[in-house]
Design a protein around this ligand. Structure first.
Ligand code: GAL
Length: 375
Protein backbone atom coordinates (compact mmCIF):
# COMPACT_ATOMS: atom_id res chain seq x y z
CA UNK A 1 0.00 0.00 0.00
CA UNK A 2 2.76 2.35 1.07
CA UNK A 3 4.62 1.60 -2.15
CA UNK A 4 1.54 2.36 -4.29
CA UNK A 5 1.18 5.63 -2.37
CA UNK A 6 4.75 6.56 -3.19
CA UNK A 7 4.25 5.64 -6.83
CA UNK A 8 1.14 7.82 -6.95
CA UNK A 9 2.99 10.75 -5.39
CA UNK A 10 5.85 10.27 -7.85
CA UNK A 11 3.42 10.15 -10.80
CA UNK A 12 1.60 13.24 -9.56
CA UNK A 13 4.93 15.01 -9.20
CA UNK A 14 5.85 14.00 -12.73
CA UNK A 15 2.54 15.16 -14.18
CA UNK A 16 2.71 18.55 -12.47
CA UNK A 17 6.25 18.89 -13.77
CA UNK A 18 5.06 18.03 -17.26
CA UNK A 19 2.21 20.51 -16.90
CA UNK A 20 4.59 23.24 -15.76
CA UNK A 21 6.96 22.68 -18.62
CA UNK A 22 6.01 24.13 -21.94
CA UNK A 23 7.98 22.87 -24.90
CA UNK A 24 8.25 25.56 -27.53
CA UNK A 25 8.75 24.87 -31.21
CA UNK A 26 8.27 28.46 -32.38
CA UNK A 27 8.59 32.11 -31.30
CA UNK A 28 5.41 33.83 -30.13
CA UNK A 29 6.27 37.55 -29.98
CA UNK A 30 4.53 39.49 -27.24
CA UNK A 31 3.14 36.45 -25.42
CA UNK A 32 4.10 35.13 -21.99
CA UNK A 33 7.29 33.12 -22.56
CA UNK A 34 7.86 30.43 -19.94
CA UNK A 35 11.19 29.06 -18.79
CA UNK A 36 11.86 25.42 -17.85
CA UNK A 37 10.12 26.01 -14.52
CA UNK A 38 6.97 27.39 -16.11
CA UNK A 39 7.75 30.99 -15.09
CA UNK A 40 7.65 33.95 -17.52
CA UNK A 41 11.26 34.65 -18.52
CA UNK A 42 12.59 37.56 -16.48
CA UNK A 43 15.46 39.03 -18.50
CA UNK A 44 14.48 42.44 -19.84
CA UNK A 45 16.70 44.81 -21.81
CA UNK A 46 18.67 41.65 -22.46
CA UNK A 47 21.46 40.34 -24.59
CA UNK A 48 22.50 36.93 -25.86
CA UNK A 49 25.90 35.28 -25.74
CA UNK A 50 26.49 32.16 -27.85
CA UNK A 51 29.17 29.81 -26.71
CA UNK A 52 29.99 26.21 -27.62
CA UNK A 53 26.48 25.22 -28.65
CA UNK A 54 24.66 27.11 -25.90
CA UNK A 55 22.92 30.47 -25.96
CA UNK A 56 22.92 32.49 -22.73
CA UNK A 57 20.30 35.20 -22.24
CA UNK A 58 21.13 37.90 -19.68
CA UNK A 59 18.66 40.58 -18.71
CA UNK A 60 17.20 42.80 -16.03
CA UNK A 61 15.27 40.80 -13.43
CA UNK A 62 12.12 42.83 -12.76
CA UNK A 63 9.67 42.53 -9.91
CA UNK A 64 5.96 43.47 -9.93
CA UNK A 65 4.73 47.05 -9.74
CA UNK A 66 6.72 50.15 -10.59
CA UNK A 67 9.34 49.25 -7.96
CA UNK A 68 10.47 46.72 -10.55
CA UNK A 69 11.95 49.52 -12.64
CA UNK A 70 14.89 49.58 -10.24
CA UNK A 71 17.22 46.67 -9.59
CA UNK A 72 15.78 44.62 -6.70
CA UNK A 73 17.34 41.27 -7.54
CA UNK A 74 19.99 41.59 -10.24
CA UNK A 75 20.80 40.26 -13.68
CA UNK A 76 19.03 37.01 -14.55
CA UNK A 77 20.62 34.36 -16.77
CA UNK A 78 18.94 31.65 -18.85
CA UNK A 79 20.46 29.09 -21.19
CA UNK A 80 19.14 27.43 -24.34
CA UNK A 81 20.24 25.09 -27.09
CA UNK A 82 17.55 26.05 -29.60
CA UNK A 83 16.55 29.67 -28.78
CA UNK A 84 12.94 28.56 -28.13
CA UNK A 85 13.30 26.80 -24.77
CA UNK A 86 15.12 28.48 -21.90
CA UNK A 87 16.50 27.02 -18.68
CA UNK A 88 16.60 29.22 -15.60
CA UNK A 89 20.27 29.55 -14.59
CA UNK A 90 19.54 31.92 -11.72
CA UNK A 91 20.86 35.37 -10.90
CA UNK A 92 24.25 35.96 -12.56
CA UNK A 93 24.91 39.33 -10.90
CA UNK A 94 23.24 39.99 -7.57
CA UNK A 95 22.31 43.33 -6.05
CA UNK A 96 23.61 43.95 -2.56
CA UNK A 97 21.38 44.40 0.51
CA UNK A 98 24.16 46.39 2.25
CA UNK A 99 23.28 50.06 2.62
CA UNK A 100 25.64 52.33 0.72
CA UNK A 101 27.11 49.57 -1.42
CA UNK A 102 27.42 50.33 -5.11
CA UNK A 103 24.96 47.68 -6.19
CA UNK A 104 22.59 48.42 -3.32
CA UNK A 105 19.03 47.18 -3.83
CA UNK A 106 17.18 50.02 -5.55
CA UNK A 107 20.05 51.08 -7.78
CA UNK A 108 19.50 50.83 -11.52
CA UNK A 109 21.08 48.10 -13.61
CA UNK A 110 19.89 48.27 -17.19
CA UNK A 111 20.61 46.55 -20.49
CA UNK A 112 23.27 44.10 -19.19
CA UNK A 113 25.34 42.44 -21.92
CA UNK A 114 27.95 39.70 -21.63
CA UNK A 115 30.82 38.86 -23.97
CA UNK A 116 33.51 36.20 -23.67
CA UNK A 117 37.16 37.14 -23.79
CA UNK A 118 39.17 34.30 -25.35
CA UNK A 119 42.52 35.71 -24.14
CA UNK A 120 41.59 36.00 -20.47
CA UNK A 121 38.98 33.21 -20.61
CA UNK A 122 36.65 35.42 -18.65
CA UNK A 123 33.04 36.42 -19.17
CA UNK A 124 32.71 40.18 -19.10
CA UNK A 125 29.43 41.90 -18.28
CA UNK A 126 28.74 45.58 -19.00
CA UNK A 127 25.61 47.38 -17.91
CA UNK A 128 24.12 50.84 -17.55
CA UNK A 129 24.41 51.83 -13.89
CA UNK A 130 22.61 54.42 -11.81
CA UNK A 131 23.21 54.96 -8.11
CA UNK A 132 20.32 54.34 -5.73
CA UNK A 133 18.32 57.51 -5.08
CA UNK A 134 20.02 59.54 -7.82
CA UNK A 135 17.59 59.01 -10.67
CA UNK A 136 19.46 58.74 -13.94
CA UNK A 137 22.16 61.31 -13.05
CA UNK A 138 25.13 59.03 -12.61
CA UNK A 139 24.89 57.81 -16.25
CA UNK A 140 27.75 55.33 -15.86
CA UNK A 141 28.93 51.93 -17.04
CA UNK A 142 29.33 48.97 -14.72
CA UNK A 143 31.73 46.13 -15.49
CA UNK A 144 31.57 42.71 -13.82
CA UNK A 145 33.60 39.54 -14.35
CA UNK A 146 33.00 35.81 -14.07
CA UNK A 147 34.88 32.61 -14.82
CA UNK A 148 31.61 30.92 -15.81
CA UNK A 149 28.92 32.03 -18.26
CA UNK A 150 26.20 31.64 -15.66
CA UNK A 151 28.10 33.60 -13.03
CA UNK A 152 28.45 34.55 -10.27
CA UNK A 153 29.67 37.84 -11.75
CA UNK A 154 31.70 40.08 -9.46
CA UNK A 155 31.52 43.83 -9.83
CA UNK A 156 34.84 45.23 -10.98
CA UNK A 157 34.14 48.91 -11.45
CA UNK A 158 31.68 51.64 -12.18
CA UNK A 159 32.90 54.52 -14.29
CA UNK A 160 32.16 56.92 -17.11
CA UNK A 161 33.81 55.85 -20.35
CA UNK A 162 36.38 57.65 -22.46
CA UNK A 163 37.62 60.11 -19.83
CA UNK A 164 40.44 62.38 -20.95
CA UNK A 165 40.16 61.48 -24.64
CA UNK A 166 38.64 63.26 -27.64
CA UNK A 167 36.57 61.38 -30.18
CA UNK A 168 38.29 60.45 -33.45
CA UNK A 169 35.79 62.71 -35.21
CA UNK A 170 36.24 65.61 -32.78
CA UNK A 171 35.35 69.05 -34.14
CA UNK A 172 37.81 71.90 -33.56
CA UNK A 173 35.12 73.70 -31.54
CA UNK A 174 34.92 70.84 -29.02
CA UNK A 175 38.45 71.68 -27.93
CA UNK A 176 38.24 75.45 -28.22
CA UNK A 177 34.74 76.33 -26.99
CA UNK A 178 33.70 76.00 -23.35
CA UNK A 179 30.58 74.08 -22.30
CA UNK A 180 27.58 76.30 -22.91
CA UNK A 181 25.32 75.63 -19.92
CA UNK A 182 22.78 78.18 -21.11
CA UNK A 183 22.47 76.51 -24.50
CA UNK A 184 21.99 73.14 -22.82
CA UNK A 185 19.02 74.26 -20.77
CA UNK A 186 16.50 73.80 -23.49
CA UNK A 187 12.79 73.68 -22.64
CA UNK A 188 13.79 73.36 -19.02
CA UNK A 189 15.68 70.13 -19.67
CA UNK A 190 18.67 68.91 -21.58
CA UNK A 191 17.20 68.42 -24.98
CA UNK A 192 18.92 70.74 -27.39
CA UNK A 193 19.45 69.34 -30.85
CA UNK A 194 22.40 71.64 -31.30
CA UNK A 195 24.60 69.52 -29.07
CA UNK A 196 27.83 70.62 -30.71
CA UNK A 197 27.39 74.25 -29.73
CA UNK A 198 26.46 73.10 -26.21
CA UNK A 199 29.57 70.93 -26.06
CA UNK A 200 28.76 68.16 -23.59
CA UNK A 201 31.89 66.45 -24.88
CA UNK A 202 34.03 69.18 -23.34
CA UNK A 203 31.98 69.29 -20.13
CA UNK A 204 32.54 65.55 -19.59
CA UNK A 205 36.08 65.39 -20.97
CA UNK A 206 37.77 64.87 -17.62
CA UNK A 207 35.19 62.84 -15.73
CA UNK A 208 34.22 60.65 -18.65
CA UNK A 209 31.29 60.72 -21.03
CA UNK A 210 27.73 60.04 -19.88
CA UNK A 211 26.69 56.46 -20.62
CA UNK A 212 23.06 55.36 -20.47
CA UNK A 213 21.43 52.86 -22.91
CA UNK A 214 24.24 50.59 -24.02
CA UNK A 215 25.23 47.52 -25.95
CA UNK A 216 28.36 45.52 -26.75
CA UNK A 217 29.51 44.19 -30.08
CA UNK A 218 32.38 41.79 -30.81
CA UNK A 219 33.70 42.11 -34.34
CA UNK A 220 34.96 39.24 -36.48
CA UNK A 221 38.56 40.23 -35.60
CA UNK A 222 37.85 39.85 -31.88
CA UNK A 223 37.80 43.58 -31.16
CA UNK A 224 34.93 44.58 -28.90
CA UNK A 225 33.01 47.85 -28.84
CA UNK A 226 30.75 49.64 -26.39
CA UNK A 227 27.86 51.52 -27.99
CA UNK A 228 26.22 53.99 -25.64
CA UNK A 229 23.76 56.88 -25.55
CA UNK A 230 25.72 59.86 -24.34
CA UNK A 231 25.70 63.67 -24.10
CA UNK A 232 22.35 63.74 -22.23
CA UNK A 233 21.06 60.97 -24.53
CA UNK A 234 21.53 63.20 -27.55
CA UNK A 235 24.37 61.38 -29.28
CA UNK A 236 25.58 57.82 -29.68
CA UNK A 237 29.19 56.96 -28.92
CA UNK A 238 30.92 53.88 -30.28
CA UNK A 239 34.02 53.07 -28.31
CA UNK A 240 36.70 50.41 -28.85
CA UNK A 241 37.35 48.34 -25.70
CA UNK A 242 40.79 47.32 -24.47
CA UNK A 243 41.88 43.77 -25.46
CA UNK A 244 40.69 42.41 -22.09
CA UNK A 245 37.26 44.02 -22.71
CA UNK A 246 37.35 45.64 -19.26
CA UNK A 247 37.82 49.31 -20.22
CA UNK A 248 37.36 51.72 -23.05
CA UNK A 249 40.55 52.24 -25.03
CA UNK A 250 40.22 55.96 -25.76
CA UNK A 251 39.43 55.32 -29.44
CA UNK A 252 35.84 56.37 -30.01
CA UNK A 253 33.50 58.24 -32.28
CA UNK A 254 30.31 60.28 -31.99
CA UNK A 255 27.46 59.06 -34.16
CA UNK A 256 24.36 61.05 -35.16
CA UNK A 257 24.93 64.09 -32.88
CA UNK A 258 21.68 65.53 -31.57
CA UNK A 259 19.52 62.73 -33.01
CA UNK A 260 18.64 61.22 -29.60
CA UNK A 261 19.11 57.52 -30.31
CA UNK A 262 18.54 54.89 -27.63
CA UNK A 263 18.29 51.11 -27.51
CA UNK A 264 21.22 50.68 -29.90
CA UNK A 265 21.84 47.15 -31.21
CA UNK A 266 24.70 46.55 -33.62
CA UNK A 267 25.37 43.64 -35.95
CA UNK A 268 27.48 42.80 -38.99
CA UNK A 269 26.31 41.20 -42.21
CA UNK A 270 28.31 40.65 -45.38
CA UNK A 271 31.07 42.95 -44.12
CA UNK A 272 28.70 45.86 -43.39
CA UNK A 273 27.70 47.14 -39.96
CA UNK A 274 24.07 47.74 -39.07
CA UNK A 275 22.46 49.56 -36.19
CA UNK A 276 18.95 49.37 -34.84
CA UNK A 277 18.00 52.18 -32.49
CA UNK A 278 14.91 53.81 -31.05
CA UNK A 279 14.03 57.42 -30.45
CA UNK A 280 14.19 58.77 -26.92
CA UNK A 281 10.77 58.52 -25.21
CA UNK A 282 11.43 56.65 -21.95
CA UNK A 283 9.40 53.44 -21.54
CA UNK A 284 6.92 54.51 -24.23
CA UNK A 285 7.53 52.95 -27.66
CA UNK A 286 8.38 55.02 -30.72
CA UNK A 287 9.29 54.44 -34.38
CA UNK A 288 12.44 52.37 -34.71
CA UNK A 289 15.44 53.45 -36.74
CA UNK A 290 18.18 51.71 -38.67
CA UNK A 291 21.56 52.68 -40.05
CA UNK A 292 24.45 51.20 -41.94
CA UNK A 293 28.23 51.71 -42.24
CA UNK A 294 31.17 50.14 -44.01
CA UNK A 295 33.39 50.79 -41.02
CA UNK A 296 32.25 50.54 -37.44
CA UNK A 297 33.54 54.06 -36.74
CA UNK A 298 31.47 55.40 -39.61
CA UNK A 299 30.40 57.34 -41.47
CA UNK A 300 26.97 55.92 -40.60
CA UNK A 301 24.08 56.33 -43.00
CA UNK A 302 20.51 56.49 -41.75
CA UNK A 303 18.19 53.94 -43.36
CA UNK A 304 14.94 54.90 -41.63
CA UNK A 305 12.32 52.89 -39.82
CA UNK A 306 12.92 49.15 -40.38
CA UNK A 307 9.30 48.27 -39.56
CA UNK A 308 7.17 47.91 -42.62
CA UNK A 309 3.59 47.21 -41.59
CA UNK A 310 0.94 48.02 -38.99
CA UNK A 311 2.34 49.23 -35.66
CA UNK A 312 5.45 50.49 -37.45
CA UNK A 313 5.21 53.73 -35.51
CA UNK A 314 5.68 51.91 -32.21
CA UNK A 315 8.11 49.20 -33.40
CA UNK A 316 5.27 46.76 -32.58
CA UNK A 317 5.04 48.31 -29.11
CA UNK A 318 8.65 47.60 -28.35
CA UNK A 319 12.12 49.08 -28.15
CA UNK A 320 15.25 47.56 -29.70
CA UNK A 321 17.51 45.72 -27.30
CA UNK A 322 19.82 43.34 -29.16
CA UNK A 323 20.37 41.51 -32.42
CA UNK A 324 21.07 37.76 -32.20
CA UNK A 325 23.19 36.15 -34.91
CA UNK A 326 21.70 32.64 -35.30
CA UNK A 327 24.44 30.04 -34.96
CA UNK A 328 24.93 27.70 -37.90
CA UNK A 329 22.78 29.76 -40.28
CA UNK A 330 24.40 32.20 -42.64
CA UNK A 331 23.24 35.82 -42.44
CA UNK A 332 20.40 34.93 -40.07
CA UNK A 333 19.66 37.58 -37.46
CA UNK A 334 16.91 38.05 -34.89
CA UNK A 335 15.71 41.46 -33.75
CA UNK A 336 15.18 41.43 -30.01
CA UNK A 337 12.98 44.14 -28.48
CA UNK A 338 11.32 44.89 -25.17
CA UNK A 339 7.66 45.64 -24.76
CA UNK A 340 8.09 47.49 -21.46
CA UNK A 341 5.43 47.45 -18.78
CA UNK A 342 6.62 50.19 -16.41
CA UNK A 343 3.56 50.02 -14.11
CA UNK A 344 4.09 46.31 -13.60
CA UNK A 345 7.66 45.82 -14.72
CA UNK A 346 7.68 42.03 -14.36
CA UNK A 347 5.02 41.77 -17.07
CA UNK A 348 7.30 43.15 -19.80
CA UNK A 349 7.17 41.07 -22.99
CA UNK A 350 9.71 40.12 -25.59
CA UNK A 351 9.40 40.91 -29.27
CA UNK A 352 11.68 38.71 -31.32
CA UNK A 353 11.37 38.96 -35.09
CA UNK A 354 13.51 37.73 -37.99
CA UNK A 355 15.44 40.46 -39.79
CA UNK A 356 14.80 40.48 -43.50
CA UNK A 357 16.68 42.56 -46.08
CA UNK A 358 15.52 44.59 -49.04
CA UNK A 359 18.83 45.15 -50.77
CA UNK A 360 20.97 46.65 -48.06
CA UNK A 361 18.07 47.80 -45.88
CA UNK A 362 17.05 45.70 -42.86
CA UNK A 363 13.30 45.11 -42.67
CA UNK A 364 11.02 43.93 -39.88
CA UNK A 365 7.54 42.49 -40.35
CA UNK A 366 5.15 41.48 -37.62
CA UNK A 367 4.53 37.76 -37.13
CA UNK A 368 2.24 36.22 -34.52
CA UNK A 369 4.32 33.07 -34.66
CA UNK A 370 7.45 32.03 -36.52
CA UNK A 371 10.30 29.52 -36.53
CA UNK A 372 13.97 29.50 -37.48
CA UNK A 373 12.92 27.85 -40.75
CA UNK A 374 12.23 31.35 -42.14
CA UNK A 375 15.98 31.75 -42.57
C1 GAL B 1 14.33 54.06 -21.99
C2 GAL B 1 15.57 53.22 -22.00
C3 GAL B 1 15.40 52.16 -20.92
C4 GAL B 1 15.19 52.88 -19.60
C5 GAL B 1 14.00 53.82 -19.70
C6 GAL B 1 13.78 54.59 -18.42
O1 GAL B 1 14.38 55.04 -22.98
O2 GAL B 1 15.75 52.62 -23.23
O3 GAL B 1 16.55 51.34 -20.90
O4 GAL B 1 16.33 53.61 -19.28
O5 GAL B 1 14.17 54.71 -20.76
O6 GAL B 1 12.78 55.56 -18.59
Amino acid sequence: MKQYGLLLVALMGLSSLTLAQTQYHSFLPGQIWKDDKGVHINAHGGGILYQKGTYYWYGEHKIGGDAGNQARVGVHCYSSKDLYNWKDEGIALKVDPKEGSKLEIGCIIERPKVIYNARTRKYVMWFHYEQKGHGYDRAASGVALSAKATGPFKLLKIFRPDAGTWPLNVLPMHKSTPFNAMGAKFNGGYCSNDVDSVNFVKRDFEGGQMARDMNLFVDTDGKAYLIYSSEENSTLHISLLTPDYLSTSGKWVRVFPGKHNEGAALFKRKGKYYLFTSACTGWAPNPGRSAMASHIFGPWKELGNPCTDKDSLTTYHSQSTFVIPVAGKKDAFIFMGDRWSPKDAIDGRYIWLPIEFKGDKPILRWRDEWTLDVF
